[in-house]
Design a protein. Sequence first.
Length: 143
Amino acid sequence: MLAGNEVTAMIAVTDLARARKFYEDVLGLKPASPDDSEVQVYQSGNAKIAIYVSEFAGTNRATAITWEVPDLEAEVKDLKAKGVRFEHYDMPNTTRKADIHVSGPIQNSWFKDPDGNIIAVMKQVDVTQARQSDRAASAGSNR
């Protein structure tokens, strides 16, 4: 059914020009559709993201979209340099290292777009590889 088809994430905004500035200048997305006064589509990896004007912008209190990145610390640093302020949440079985929340093999950082839509960047750590690195580091410190 739907599993073999492309998907587009829909993000409601109140001011398309302000949102475009954020999604293009801060997040680095490139327009994938012609200029339109009501909607802008972006390509990100194999997915599309559409920002569109709606009176309900920013009313979602959960994460609207998540990017999985290979280097979360570098991404957080780059976004902070562009003025992004990160959200901090208290969650069970989660620790926080600066702006990165760590829950077992998952690392997440959350921030909001100008309309308050919650956006996440995350990295899933290979637990086996992390344990091997920890063992190697421990072995090196015991010498």
